[in-house]
Design a binder for this molecule. Structure first.
Ligand SMILES: [Zn+2]
Length: 87
């Protein structure tokens, strides 16, 4: 089945999932985008997966806020420790 898909230039679910995020971000080339879209069209699980990604992206965009300052502080402290240790 998988080999047959390859021969016909179709993507497997695995292939699609690997590029799905890039695809939704518009970061894949036109040919890949077409093949992914064709797959999503007829593959329910992948279609669902794509919908979930879209949902997450939309949620993040809605809740866009400055990066959590606490996390930044922790990162800063971590970076500082690294520089101190390398001295
Ligand atoms: Zn699929």
């Amino acid at each position: 089945m998988r080999l047959l898909q390859r021969l016909r230039g179709e993507l497997s679910c695995q292939d699609v999932l690997e590029v799905l995020q890039s695809h939704l971000d518009g970061e894949v080339d036109a040919r890949t985008a077409r093949r992914v879209a064709a797959h999503l069209d007829k593959c329910n699980p992948c279609h669902h997966e794509a919908a979930v990604y879209e949902e997450i992206k939309a949620g993040l965009a809605r809740r866009r806020r400055p990066v959590d300052s606490e996390i930044l502080d922790q990162l800063g402290a971590f970076g500082l420790r690294l520089t101190e240790e390398s001295d």
